[in-house]
Design a protein around this ligand. Structure first.
Ligand code: TRP
Length: 348
């Protein structure tokens, strides 16, 4: 029997999808379908750790599912579903709440950023309990399928470390029961961050030191997947830049954050290296580069936007895909969860 490693990844339906989500995550999910068993989730239970308007939550859930498909994730090859349709996520999440330690959670930088112990956060007393437990639900997402490969960005590394810590502690605490069930080694595997080519970190079009994000104050800083051609072109033309011409090689972008971002987007959209792009555009000014980037972005993104729009217009088709995906997810999750209940000592 050959062993195909299992991939799990998820995106939160908590805002309109933008270019950073596409280049940094969704697009990288596609080639993995040929080498791995792939499970791509819309993590709606994670989304409600902060308030979500229910109608928006639905709309964004469909939008992410549509984006997966429009970008080339094949619902026949991959399992595409939304988290809340497979209740085992919540069940294993609870058990992991009892494995993870309060101290571990308190050290999570993403929680501290959102909850106020770090600069810019809100009041930590007023955030939801779910936000605190967020990482143990994420560990459950992954380990419910014993997935070993998780394609995520740099900002999720700490969450994957915590996933490993939870797996280790569970394996250790329940060693006797795991052995008694007939398992030769550990029950939960070690999860690795899956590197998929050079990291693409798309920055705000207005400030090259900030991530492109849906919560940016400026409407022109973020390219949304559903933006029309004119709007994409306008945002790129108005993007902040410096006054210099483009350098001929990547080293010349050092310290020029906005230039680096735009060239990086061009390279990523055209599947070329930064050096190749600069080989073509080195010495040119923004008056040449920006229109070229706008044309490229429109050519690459419009077909995806069109397909997304077609898909979200008919929720029936997406409902069928998500329901089918949830069923196939359950086929993997249920036996693992049955073992977990047994191991923990839950009477059935
Ligand atoms: N925390 C992830 C993010 O914000 C989303 C997520 C939830 C996830 N569960 C996951 C990613 C499991 C990978 C695997 O991007």
């Amino acid at each position: 029997m050959t062993f195909t490693p299992r991939v799990f990844s998820g995106i939160k339906p908590s805002g309109d999808l933008h270019l950073g989500n596409y280049l940094g995550a969704i697009r990288r999910f596609v080639p993995l379908q040929d080498t791995h068993e792939t499970i791509y989730c819309v993590v709606d239970m994670h989304a409600i750790t902060v308030w979500q308007d229910p109608e928006d939550l639905k709309r964004w859930t469909y939008e992410i599912a549509a984006a997966y498909i429009a970008a080339g994730v094949d619902p026949k090859k991959s399992i595409i579903f939304n988290q809340s349709q497979v209740m085992e996520h919540a069940e294993l999440g609870w058990i992991f709440n009892c494995v993870a330690r309060v101290g571990w959670m308190s050290r999570m930088t993403q929680f501290k950023d959102k909850a106020g112990t770090n600069e810019g956060g809100e009041n930590s007393e007023a955030v939801s309990l779910g936000l605190y437990a967020y990482p143990s639900l994420m560990a459950a997402d992954i380990l419910l399928y014993k997935a070993t490969a998780v394609p995520v960005g740099e900002d999720q590394k700490q969450h994957l470390e915590l996933t490993r810590d939870i797996a280790k502690k569970f394996n250790h605490d329940y060693k006797k029961q795991v052995k008694a069930l007939g398992f030769k080694g550990d029950f939960f595997p070690v999860t690795e961050t899956l590197a998929t080519g050079p990291a693409v970190r798309v920055k705000s079009l207005k400030d090259g030191s900030k991530k492109m994000s849906k919560s940016d104050a400026s409407d022109l800083s973020t390219i949304y997947m559903m933006d029309g051609a004119d709007l994409i072109a306008k945002k790129i033309k108005r993007a902040t830049t410096d006054a210099d011409a483009l350098p001929s090689e990547a080293a010349g972008l050092a310290g020029r954050l906005e230039a680096e971002n735009l060239v990086g987007i061009y390279a990523s959209l055209s599947n070329r290296s930064v050096d190749e792009v600069l080989g073509e555009f080195g010495g040119q000014g923004w008056g040449v580069f920006k229109p070229a980037l706008a044309d490229l972005a429109v050519a690459k993104l419009s077909p995806i936007a069109d397909e997304m729009k077609r898909l979200v217009a008919d929720r029936g088709e997406l409902d069928t895909i998500l329901r089918d995906g949830a069923e196939r997810a359950r086929v993997i999750a249920q036996p693992i969860m049955a073992d977990v209940r047994n191991i923990v000592g839950f009477v059935r």
